[in-house]
Write a protein that binds this ligand. Sequence first.
Ligand SMILES: [Zn+2]
Length: 196
Amino acid sequence: MRFCPQCGQRLISYTIEGRERPHCVPEQGGCGFIDFGHYSLGVGGIVMKRDTAAILLIQRNQEPNRGYWTLPGGFVESNETTDAAVVREVKEETGLHCVVVGLAGFRNRPDPDVNTSYVVFLLRIRGGQLIQETTEEIIQAGFYTLAQVQTMEQLTPLSRELAVAALTDRLRILHAITVPGLHGLPPVTLFMGDGE
Ligand SMILES: [Zn+2]
């Protein structure tokens, strides 16, 4: 980032909190903005079919990784929680209405331009119909068994790891509790191991 997103002035590199950070310097007429870095937050959902041991996967119709298979999911909007986002994204991509069972995994990667995090939830189907047609976002969606997952080409390594764990009963889930907010903020959901 070379210019201030708030006032448009050129940013100058300053040592702030022990690091060089682009700064909109007030002493030079700037607004004081500090670029603390860029973060993105994505979510994925593990959805199992009840009667058969099969997991919901989608084939991407968008870059990055167009044509690859992954868990359904997407990006978290700034005004929603991760657990709300995964329910919304799974519904949008696959047509299935789900509820969150718990937190199944987390991965983080500090790329040069953005620090990306990906949160994976175990979901349970409550209703809806699986979308059959190709959309702008996905080529196809379906349920796949362990044997199918193990031979599936173009399945992302992360989704493969999670899918195999889910299909072989190796997932361990952190469950949600509600914790009161401090200073008038609303209650928050905390995913926590409960010793089981
Ligand atoms: Zn500024």
